[in-house]
Structure formats: C-alpha cells, structure tokens
Design a protein around this ligand. Structure first.
Ligand SMILES: C[S@@+](CC[C@H](N)C(=O)[O-])C[C@H]1O[C@@H](n2cnc3c(N)ncnc32)[C@H](O)[C@@H]1O
Length: 343
C-alpha cells in the first residue's frame, strides 16, 4: 500500500487525540501587551518599538496557527452599532467565518491556497491588493504573516463592514478596507501582488473580463495576479456541499438542485448574495478554458498553473506537483491556481 505523503491534511493519531485535549483560551494581543505596559514607561522609543515588534511577532504567530476549535473559543465583542441591515446572528456568523479563514491554517476551502502562497511568494515589503476580499479573513492573513501593506476591496458593503470591525478589534494597521465597484470607480494605485481567492467564479463573465483588464493595468512592472477558484467540474463547485452532501450536484437538473437548496435555504451575510439560492445562481460556471479566454483578451499570460486534486495529497512526492487535469481526471480537480503577469 502506498504511504501517505507527510503533506496530507489527514491528522496522525497523536494529532487526532491531541485535538480532544482542552486548550488554553486564545490570549488577545492587547492582554499580553498590557501585562508589561507599566515596565515600558521609563524606556526610550527604540526599546519600546523593539518590545512591541517582538510581541507583535509572538502574538501574530499564535494567532496564525489556531485550529477551528480554538478560533471558535475567541469571543467577539458585539459592536454597539451593528452594520445597517445586519442581525446580531449574521454579524457573529460573518466575523467567526472571517476569523477562521484568517487564523486557521487548515480552513476548509483555503488550506491549499495558504500552503501554495507560503511556498511561492515572499510578500515582505510588497503592496498587495486583495480583490474581492469579502469579510477579510485572507486580508488579515496576508497582513499578519508578512510585513506588507494590503488594500482589501469588495463590492459588498456588508462584507466590508464586518472586515473593518474585525480589523479594528484586532488593532491591525497595515490594511485599508474599501467597498468599491472598480468598474464605476477604477483603481488608481499600482500593486506588486493581486490576490483573488475564490472570487472569479462569482462574477458574471463579461464583468470579470473588464475587471481582469483593469487589474492587469494596476500591476507594477514585475507585478503578478494570483487567481484561485474551484472549476465548474469540481466535486464542490456548487458551493452548497456543506448542506447538500452530493458531490457534482451541479450536474443534476437545475430544477432538482433548486428544490434541494430551497429546503436548506438560509440567509448569508451579504448584500449581493444574501442567501444560498442567490449564491448558487450567482456562480458563472468558470473553467480553465473560459478563464484563459479572458486572460488572453486582457493581455495577460500564465506564469504558473496548478490544478489541485486529492490525488496530489495521497500520491506521495511523485504526484505532489503533477497537474492531473486531463479528460475525466479534470472532474477530480478541486481547485485551480493561476499566476498571471502582463505579456
Ligand atoms: C466567496 S467570496 C471570497 C472572499 C475572500 N476572497 C475569501 O477568500 O474569503 C467572493 C467575494 O467576491 C466579491 N465580489 C463579487 N463580485 C465582485 C466585484 N465585481 N468586485 C469586487 N468584489 C466582488 C463578493 O462580494 C464576495 O465577497
């Protein structure tokens, strides 16, 4: 029997048992700093800066390595004024989702993104655009793992409102969140790196084409765009697999799928996609062929492509970096990763 590669996400027995041990609660950065704050009063500015830098690193490392359970143990204060049109339950749902995407390295749909980004990019000193940043989980991940500045842009006011509250509660300075429709108000800055994590499949194709052109024009000379998305043939491309546990459900007759979603329908945090049905109907059925047409027309080219399948995880080191995306194997690709640059 082939040996499971050490990069697999399956836990070892020890890790599994460890997961059941009670964990100490997460210590917020401020609490850690406040313990020593009085000792700082007589020190000079350089000593103070070093102290804060050191503690920032420690706390960011703690914050970036939590399990989902530990993330859920973090209590989020409810702001006196909730974002307009949002219930307390929706707010908590949203902020917990964002926290998990930020702090849990194995967050379900983002763990391969995170692994690849760590392997491929050094964002220190870089100006980063997180396009379609949603509630900011990945934006906070970029901003607390590297010494970079991040601009988080999203068209959805509810998502940006949650992201801003989380940023404020955590006192993270190197992010600017902005609700913006870039077709109405085009970007004016240049970026070294643009990320689109799970965004491209949510935008109607003609609009996506215009956005990609604009993003290409917003790159510095060596700037790159990293796009990640589940292709339509993927077992989980329907985005409703957490409630309808049928892989490739999107290939059943539309009426049948809509009836199944109707039964499980519930509100989501979002002005644009405000429930499961709207989220499903908003998908553009993106695949590699469709995105390549857009890439070509935007005068961009592919610097790197990875098609991730479960076989990459289970096949040992031989299969780890192979793109298994031809013929029927393309139905096993759970996520596509494209690094783009200007031609
Ligand atoms: C599935 S979420 C991904 C959020 C985030 N990137 C993440 O990884 O958690 C897709 C996001 O794309 C945003 N979006 C859709 N169309 C957009 C557009 N035209 N401009 C900016 N953001 C858009 C949605 O509002 C939503 O927040």
């Amino acid at each position: 029997m082939s040996k499971i590669n050490s990069s697999t996400q399956l836990p070892t027995l020890k890790e599994f048992l460890n997961d059941w041990q009670p964990k100490p609660p997460f210590i917020p950065e401020r609490a850690l700093l406040e313990n020593d704050i009085t000792n700082l009063e007589n020190q000079n500015n350089t000593q103070k800066d070093n102290y804060y830098k050191q503690n920032q690193d420690i706390t960011n490392n703690q914050k970036n390595n939590l399990t989902e359970k530990e993330v859920n143990m973090t209590t989020t204060p409810i702001p006196a004024q909730l974002p307009e049109g949002m219930t307390e339950a929706q707010f908590l749902d949203g902020i917990n989702y964002a926290r998990n995407n930020w702090q849990n390295e194995n967050a379900s749909h983002l763990h391969v993104d995170k692994k690849l980004i760590r392997e491929k990019f050094d964002l220190n000193g870089k100006k980063v655009l997180d396009f379609g940043c949603g509630m900011g989980g990945m934006t906070l991940w970029y901003a607390t793992n590297w010494d970079c500045t991040v601009h988080g842009v999203d068209i959805d006011g509810h998502h940006i409102a949650v992201a801003k509250i989380l940023q404020q509660q955590e006192g993270i300075k190197n992010i600017k969140f902005e609700k913006r429709d870039v077709l109405a108000a085009p970007l004016t800055e240049k970026y070294d790196m643009v990320f689109m994590n799970d965004v491209a499949e949510h935008i109607p194709l003609p609009i996506l084409a215009q956005i990609m052109e604009q993003l290409g024009r917003s790159l510095t000379q060596s700037g790159k765009i990293f796009v990640t998305y589940p292709p339509w043939r993927s077992p989980y491309a329907s985005h409703v697999n957490h409630v309808i546990r049928i892989p490739w459900v999107q290939f059943l007759p539309k009426k049948m799928v809509m009836n199944m979603i109707e039964d499980k329908n519930h509100p989501l945090v979002g002005e644009e996609e405000s429930d499961l049905k709207a989220a499903y109907l908003g998908l553009n059925h993106l695949d590699h062929e469709k995105i390549m047409q857009i890439v070509e027309n935007a005068n961009l080219k592919v610097a790197y492509r990875k098609s991730h399948t479960i076989l990459n995880r289970l096949g040992g080191s031989t299969l780890k970096n192979v793109n298994l995306n031809l013929g029927p194997l393309s139905f096993l690709v759970t996520k596509e990763f494209l690094l783009l640059e200007n031609k």
